[in-house]
Design a protein. Structure first.
Lengths: 254, 435
């Protein structure tokens, strides 16, 4: 893993964003390297999702800088983020329930025929191809995604991120609604994507899962960064106390 | 993909389609056609056989055209979880402007005189431009300013109704341009031969589209219907198109009128000469609008984004869709369709009257909703809305024919709307659709 060579894949520098009087994210910095999984932990409302939405273009930061490969990236909309090969899997999955899997997978990036009309057949074929790899049990290609189970919906959301060759993947609670088997599937996929050299931001409440999946974990509280640690340097208890107390025990000991 | 032996074999796990289900017909569509048939039959019996006649069905189609054209646009509005209460008033404003262009601007200001060949196209272009501007303005208020569409168009309902009044000082403007009036229905038809030619072209195009869709599926190894089912659907479609043409051709031009036409040419009408009206231009217009809107809904990105936004506005936005601009475009399209309806409606009446399009917003919304457009958004079809308009109109004219009192007519139409939506909700629950 080439973590020390060259600029990081993503560098969030002194990001701040406020809603009304509330500083949801307050001067937070964070880096992500290629082939690395960085976990974001913290209570509800700690600012994890808000921070990550600045990167995915859903929110616009008030202050701070985003650097991709060491150069400043002007990300103001989800479309901008997609141009930098940043793909996001939202907690809510962000699927249009009334459309089928291919329509959702290609939403905003439809394949078209020479006449400029959407090419449903080609999109369906591509969907079948990627689903065969991600979730071979997936059959309901032509049904609205509202008819799918939680795990199947999740695989549509994941397929959307994977299909378009993401370099940076943001996963907001990807396993929150899943059963044991499907959670395992997502964990395997994270490992596979990491091996392919993607950088992954992972948001979760499950400390144990994070210790298993991540290379580093960052803990946030009240919009501020409590600390970032390599998982092999800390115990689950250390992480928990960072989440609860908002203090980094290792920094305090030093 | 050189092996062609088992390309069309369904993949394992896909249910085999046999019997009736192999036709893959839309059961909702069948239900609506069934409802229409029941209505026709009931009125036919109640009116001593006057309802299902070429003459009445001809009139029914030309009366439906105006509301049906607007209903196709209302589908997009409702699918994106908006509403447009102002369509009747926009129609009135467009109609008023077009009437003034035809009777004042072109003949007097431009000095072209009455019935100049340029008058109708220019009037229509101006009308459509007015409709687009009004619609886009509504869309901007809804999309960019965040004012609920209900409020914007409720205001628009009053504003545009009275802009129309102001434009014409409340007068009835007419008679309109002779060429313009051919778009109203009975004053402009393709004639028998022209109708058959148009019908055959339409049938050929429909068959070609069915075959192209099948070929496309086969080339991607998707399961396709058995060939007999494909042929059956094709036969139904072709039968429907040609049957419709035959129906409109069967309504003969009255003898007196034919005589006058021959006299105008300095000829004498041969004995026993008859001629059918054929397909009115207004219906050709409706069909073209319907095809264009269906293509937009199903095969363009714009249409895809409309349905995605209706299904989940947040997801659409996170997918990089500019939902605000989308709203402007949808309302602008609605405005353009109101203008086209204004052409048909005022041409049919041969003049612009101050109350043109009054209550059309309710008829249009009812047509879209009866046609299966869900007010929750995300669901709706163009052909459904047109059928909805036809059902509403057939109820209305059927009751008038049978001699039901005017207040009772409206009570029935209002109740039918509510009952139709109730049936729809029950149907969706039964079939397991979540919305």
């Amino acid at each position: 893993m080439a973590q020390d060579m060259g600029p990081p894949l993503v560098e969030l520098r002194n990001i701040s964003i406020a809603f009304g009087g509330v500083r949801a994210v307050d001067d937070v910095s964070l880096t992500l390297h290629a082939g690395e999984v960085v976990g974001l932990l913290g209570h509800n409302g700690a600012g994890k999702s808000t921070l990550i939405k600045c990167l995915s273009g859903a929110y616009q930061r008030d202050a701070g800088e985003i650097l991709i490969d060491g150069t400043p990236a002007d990300i103001r909309s989800p479309a901008d983020a997609r141009r930098f090969n940043i793909e996001t899997i939202y907690q809510t999955l962000a699927l249009a329930d009334n459309l089928d899997a291919p329509a959702n997978l290609f939403l905003g990036r439809e394949l078209t025929t020479r006449l400029g009309l959407v090419d449903d057949a080609r999109m369906e074929a591509e969907t079948r191809r990627i689903m065969a790899r991600l979730n071979p049990n997936f059959r309901k290609i032509n049904e609205p995604v509202s008819a799918l189970s939680g795990g199947q919906r999740q695989s549509v959301a994941i397929a959307r991120a994977v299909y378009f060759n993401a370099r940076i993947l943001i996963m907001d609670e990807p396993t929150a609604a899943l059963g044991v088997h499907e959670t395992k599937m997502v964990a395997d996929l994270i490992g596979e994507l990491k091996a392919q050299g993607l950088g992954i931001f992972l948001i979760s409440h499950d400390t144990r899962e994070m210790m298993a999946l991540c290379d580093r974990v960052s803990v946030m509280k009240n919009g501020q960064m409590v600390g970032t640690e390599r998982v092999e340097d800390v115990t689950e208890d250390d992480i928990l106390s960072m989440i609860i107390l908002g203090k980094n025990p290792r920094a305090a000991a030093a | 993909m050189t092996d062609t032996t088992d390309r069309v074999a369904p993949p394992p796990g896909a249910p085999r389609l046999t019997g009736f289900s192999a036709l893959q017909l839309d059961t909702r569509l069948l239900g609506m056609i069934g409802a229409f048939a029941v209505i026709c039959l009931a009125f036919h019996l109640a009116s001593d056989g006057r309802f299902v006649t070429a003459r009445n069905l001809f009139n029914l189609t030309i009366q439906t055209a105006s509301v049906a054209i607007m209903a196709t646009g209302m589908v997009f509005i409702i699918v994106t979880r908006h509403i447009d209460l102002s369509v009747g008033s926009i129609l009135a404003t467009c109609s008023a402007v077009m009437a003034m262009v035809q009777t004042v601007v072109m003949p007097d200001w431009m000095g072209l005189g009455l019935n100049h060949p340029l008058t109708a196209p220019i009037a229509i272009a101006v009308g459509i431009a007015v409709g687009i501007v009004i619609g886009a303005f509504h869309g901007w208020l809804v999309g960019y300013q965040g004012i609920p569409a209900f409020i914007v168009t409720l205001g628009g309902l009053l504003v545009w109704r009275n802009v129309a009044w102001y434009t014409t000082s409340g007068q009835t403007i007419g008679p309109l341009d002779r060429n313009f009036m051919t778009l109203g229905g009975i004053n402009g038809t393709l004639g028998e031969t022209g109708s058959w030619i148009a019908g055959l072209i339409a049938a050929a195009a429909a068959l070609w589209a069915l075959m192209a869709a099948r070929r496309n599926k086969v080339s991607h190894d998707f399961p396709v219907k058995p060939i007999w089912a494909e042929a059956a659907v094709g036969a139904i479609v072709v039968g429907g198109i040609l049957g419709f043409v035959a129906l409109l051709n069967a309504y003969d031009v009255p003898e007196r009128r034919l005589e006058r036409m021959f006299e105008a040419r300095g000829e004498v009408m041969p004995d026993g000469f008859t001629q059918g009206y054929g397909v009115p231009y207004s219906i050709v217009l409706l069909v073209l609008v319907a095809i264009a809107m269906t293509v937009v809904a199903r095969r363009t990105r714009f249409g895809r984004y409309i349905f995605a936004t209706g299904g989940n506005p947040d997801a659409a936005e996170l997918s990089g869709i500019d939902t605000r601009m989308l709203t402007v475009k949808i309302f602008a399209l609605m405005g353009a369709l109101c203008a086209i309806s204004a052409v048909v409606a005022s041409a049919r009446l041969a003049n612009h009257s101050n109350d043109i399009g009054t209550l059309d917003e309710l008829r249009v919304i009812a047509a879209a909703v009866i046609g299966g457009t869900a007010l929750k958004g995300g669901v709706g079809t163009i052909h459904g809305a047109i059928l909805g308009a036809l059902i509403m109109q057939s109820l209305q004219s059927g009751m008038a024919m049978v001699g039901v009192d005017a207040p009772l007519q409206n009570i029935v139409v209002g109740s039918v709307l509510v009952v139709a939506v109730m049936i729809d909700i029950v149907y969706r629950k039964r079939t397991g659709a979540r919305d």
